[in-house]
Design a binder for this molecule. Structure first.
Ligand code: AHG
Ligand code: MN
Ligand code: MN
Ligand code: MN
Length: 335
C-alpha cells in the first residue's frame, strides 16, 4: 500500500498547525470536495445521458447556460448550504448573491464566490472543464443576513481559493495562503490523494495562451507582446509555443506546471476583457501568487483591485513572473 495522503487527512494536518482553528474552513473544504465528486461523476457521463447542450436560458452576463452550468451550480450551492459554514454564495450563474436563511447559516462566518463550471463551451466536445472557488470571511455581523460588502471584498482578503479540473484525471488544487497543493482523484477509492505538494511555477516560461482570433482589436501593447513571443530568438527560447484550450482552468493548470502566460485582454466584444474578477481572476490570482507567479490586469495587481459589482469583468494576465512583467512593460510602452 503506497503511503498516500488523502485531501481529508491533509486538511486536518494543516488545521492542526493552527491551534485555535475552529475547523470551519476544513469542513467547508470538505463540502467542496463532495460537490466536486458529484459533478465529476456527472461530467464523466457526458455523451451517454442527457446532460450536454444548452438549456435555452441566458445568465446575467448574456451567456447561453449549459445544462452542466446549472447542474454544477446547484450541486455546489446545495453542498454549501448543507454544512452550515457558509452564509452566502455568489455565482457566475446567479443574478444576485444567494443568502442562506437557516439560523446555522446566518451564524456562519464565510461567503463563497464561484464559477461552478468553467469552460462550459468545451463540455459537448469532451475537452477539460473546471470549477473555481474563492472564500472570504464575512465583514457583516455574525447572525445577520450577509450583505453586498461581504461579496465585494478585494482578492487580497481571500482566506482560501482553488479549482477542480475535470481533465484526463480529475484534480483539486487549493491554497489557504500557505502554498498551493494539488490532489488527484482516484475514482476506484473515491478519494483525492496528495500528488502535487507546494507547486511552484517556473519564473520563465515558453507557452503563451490567448484567443488570437481577437487580435485585431487587442491593445497595442498586447499585439507587440504577441509578436515578441513569435520572434525567432533561439538564445531566448523564442519563438514560444502557443497553447489555448479555452477553459481558463485548463490553460492555467498547464501553464502552472510548465511555465507560461495566460492572457484575456480587452477585445471588440469585451471592452473590459471577458473574465470575471470575483469568480475567475481573484481566485486564480491568489493561487498564482502562492505558486510564485504574478497576476495583473496589465498594470495593477489583480488582488488589490476593489470590486464595484458582482459580475465585474477585468483584463487578465497571469503566469510566470518574467512573462507577465514583459507584457506589462509592452503595455506601458504602447498604451
Ligand atoms: P465560462 O465557461 O465559465 O463562462 O468561462 C469561459 C471563459 C474561460 O474559461 C475561457 O478561458 C474563456 O472564457 C474563453 O473565452 P473565448 O472563447 O472568448 O476565448
Ligand atoms: Mn459562462
Ligand atoms: Mn469561467
Ligand atoms: Mn462558468
Amino acid at each position: 500500500m503506497p503511503n498516500m495522503k488523502t485531501l481529508g487527512e491533509f486538511i486536518v494536518e494543516k488545521q492542526n498547525d493552527f491551534p485555535h482553528a475552529s475547523g470551519d474552513l476544513s469542513s467547508l473544504l470538505g463540502s467542496i470536495k463532495l460537490a466536486a465528486k458529484i459533478v465529476n461523476r456527472e461530467i464523466n457521463k457526458a455523451g451517454l445521458v442527457d446532460i450536454t447542450g444548452a438549456v435555452g436560458s441566458e445568465n446575467v452576463q448574456g451567456e447561453e447556460q449549459q445544462k452542466l452550468d446549472l447542474y454544477a451550480n446547484d450541486k455546489f450551492k446545495a453542498a454549501m448550504e448543507a454544512r452550515d459554514q457558509v452564509c452566502g454564495v455568489a455565482s457566475e450563474e446567479e443574478d444576485e448573491a444567494v443568502t442562506f436563511n437557516k439560523d446555522l447559516n446566518r451564524n456562519a462566518k464565510y461567503v463563497i464566490l464561484m464559477d461552478p463550471l468553467d469552460g462550459s463551451s468545451n463540455i459537448d466536445v469532451n475537452v477539460s472543464v473546471g470549477t473555481i472557488f474563492s472564500i472570504y470571511r464575512r465583514v457583516s455581523p455574525i447572525g445577520t443576513t450577509p450583505t453586498q460588502e461581504d461579496f465585494l471584498q478585494p482578492g487580497n482578503q481571500q482566506v482560501a481559493a482553488g479549482y477542480v479540473i475535470y481533465g484526463s484525471s480529475t484534480m483539486l488544487v487549493y491554497t489557504t495562503g500557505n502554498g498551493i497543493h494539488g490532489f488527484t482523484y482516484d475514482p476506484s477509492l473515491g478519494v483525492f490523494c496528495l500528488s502535487h505538494e507546494n507547486m511552484q511555477i517556473p519564473e520563465d516560461g515558453q507557452i503563451y495562451s490567448i484567443n488570437e482570433g481577437n487580435y485585431i482589436r487587442f491593445p497595442q501593447g498586447v499585439k507587440k507582446y504577441i509578436k515578441f513571443c513569435q520572434e525567432d530568438v533561439p538564445a531566448d527560447n523564442r519563438p514560444y509555443t502557443s497553447r489555448y484550450i479555452g477553459s481558463l482552468v485548463s490553460d492555467f493548470h498547464r501553464n502552472l506546471l510548465k511555465g507560461g502566460i495566460y492572457m484575456y485582454p480587452s477585445t471588440a466584444m469585451y471592452p473590459n476583457g471577458k473574465l470575471r474578477l470575483l469568480y475567475e481572476c481573484n481566485p486564480m490570482a491568489f493561487l498564482m501568487e502562492q505558486a510564485g507567479g504574478v497576476a495583473s490586469d496589465g498594470k495593477n495587481r489583480i488582488l488589490d483591485i476593489i470590486p464595484t459589482e458582482l459580475h465585474q469583468r477585468i483584463p487578465f494576465f497571469v503566469g510566470s513572473t518574467n512573462m507577465v512583467k514583459q507584457v506589462e512593460s509592452f503595455i506601458e510602452e504602447y498604451p
